[in-house]
Design a protein around this ligand. Structure first.
Ligand SMILES: *[C@@H]1O[C@H](CO)[C@@H](O)[C@H](O)[C@H]1NC(C)=O
Ligand SMILES: *[C@@H]1O[C@H](CO)[C@@H](O)[C@H](O)[C@H]1NC(C)=O
Ligand SMILES: *[C@@H]1O[C@H](CO)[C@@H](O)[C@H](O)[C@H]1NC(C)=O
Length: 409
């Protein structure tokens, strides 16, 4: 467009000069001034266009550096160029499709879809069965990650053929989740429950749970742990008997003081790895946060709050009225949550001999690696601002608001 304007401008004066030879002198001077003015405007416009384009180009370059995955996506789209646009389906789901059904029932967008994924071993079959029964009654899609390879003994359960079974020997919940719950695959599900197998659900109802989660707009949540659970690592997850949900704890004792101005774990904005529940968008983020090679997921829970699609002190919560009993059975699939010592906030040290000491060593090593990677990423991404750093604007704003306003929790 700017080129056209430019040409027109070059072309105009000559034409005008030819014409104006015949014209009266005064009008000629006026035209000349008018033309000069128009020329000036055009040059100014071209300069602006040039600057904008240049700026956009630089921005694109910066963006490409910041989001390498976008450029991967772009190159993928290039690969797809040979297909007509309308045939391309970039997403999928985990719904079973009947082969013989005449009316090809499409996935019904009007109803809600939710997914329960559990890493399960045969020893916990009975418990997993009772969990699955509750979720099936709420039309959840069930997915089992069989980490002990023992799958055939599950077929006698009447819901088993409605579930998706994935078998891989000696793999952890996070390993499975990274590989089989890609956000594009699970994008029809409003909520994703990524649970350990050893949770007692007698006092838990998935429908009521989701009602609270939706009403409070929790992107990441977990059911509270009954106080008689054998494994409780952090006070924030303990059930508050008089509440429906909570977002934070207050605690003046201990290494970390938890006050109303605490901005993060272990006081607020945090769930543990054994029973997290993600909204669709939080899961998209969490999936990217899970490191492909760090299969034990240690340290991940500390950063999950960053995946809340808003302030983690508001969008992350523990549901008290629908709670579970954590039986703390040491299994491979659930290795995620088997964290022991955590200076700030741990209640118990593990007692007794643990023949899985090497797994623990591995997990501890992974935790260190994860921390290092996070710090390196923060250092290298100069345009990233930690929304929860003490000095960020976001935080100052939140603090002033808190001083002014009443506490809602
Ligand atoms: C589950 O699905 C059935 C059949 O579509 C429906 O009748 C029922 O209301 C659904 N239940 C819940 C709790 O959504
Ligand atoms: C899985 O681990 C168990 C115990 O740690 C071991 O006995 C078994 O051989 C492993 N299975 C595979 C397929 O590696
Ligand atoms: C304690 O845990 C058991 C399951 O381990 C459960 O049946 C029982 O109801 C719990 N007790 C209380 C007081 O919640």
């Amino acid at each position: 467009m700017s080129m056209k304007t430019f040409k027109a401008w070059r072309w105009l004066p000559r034409k005008k000069t030819l014409l104006s030879d015949a014209g009266p002198h005064g009008a000629h001077g006026f035209r000349m001034r008018q033309l000069a003015f128009m020329g000036f405007v055009c040059i100014a416009m071209m300069f602006i266009v040039y600057r904008t384009t240049n700026y956009q180009y630089q921005q694109t370059e910066i963006d490409a550096k910041r989001h390498p995955f976008d450029s991967i996506e772009n190159s993928r789209t290039l690969e797809l160029n040979r297909l007509p646009q309308g045939i391309i389906q970039a997403r999928s789901d985990l719904e079973l499709k009947p082969l013989w059904s005449r009316t090809r029932d499409k996935v019904d967008d009007s109803t809600n879809h939710n997914l329960l994924a559990i890493a399960a071993g045969i020893k916990q079959k009975h418990n997993v069965d009772s969990i699955a029964q509750k979720f099936l009654a709420e039309n959840f899609t069930i997915m089992l990650f069989h980490y002990d390879g023992n799958m055939n003994s599950w077929w006698d359960l009447d819901w088993s053929n409605k579930a998706i079974h994935i078998v891989a020997h000696n793999q952890t919940k996070w390993w499975f989740a990274k590989r089989f719950l890609h956000p594009d695959i699970v994008s029809i599900y409003d909520y994703i429950f990524l649970w350990d197998e050893d949770l007692g659900v007698r006092h838990f109802h998935p429908g009521r749970y989701l009602k609270i989660v939706k009403a409070e707009r929790f992107d990441i949540s977990q059911p509270a742990l009954d106080s008689n659970s054998t494994e409780i690592h952090h006070r924030i997850t303990i059930r508050k008997k008089t509440k429906m949900y909570h977002r934070r704890i207050y605690d003046s004792r201990g290494f970390t003081k938890c006050t109303s101005s605490s901005m993060g774990p272990p006081c607020t904005g945090w769930v543990e790895g054994m029973a997290p529940v993600f909204s669709r968008s939080a899961w998209r983020c969490a999936w990217h946060l899970i490191q492909n090679d760090l299969v034990h997921g240690w340290g991940l829970d500390m950063k999950l709050g960053y995946c809340a699609q808003g302030d983690r002190t508001k969008r992350v919560g523990i549901i008290d009225s629908e709670y579970v009993v954590h039986q703390g059975i040491q299994t491979l699939g659930g290795a995620s949550a088997k964290k022991v010592l955590n200076k700030d906030g741990s209640l118990k040290k593990r007692s007794g001999v643990d023949h899985r000491a090497w797994i623990r060593r591995q997990s501890t090593w992974e935790l260190e690696v994860f921390k290092e990677r996070w710090e390196k990423a923060v250092k290298e991404d100069t345009s990233w601002i930690d929304p929860y750093s003490r000095n960020s604007w976001f935080n100052i704003f939140a603090r002033t608001r808190k001083i002014r306003g009443k506490r809602r929790w």
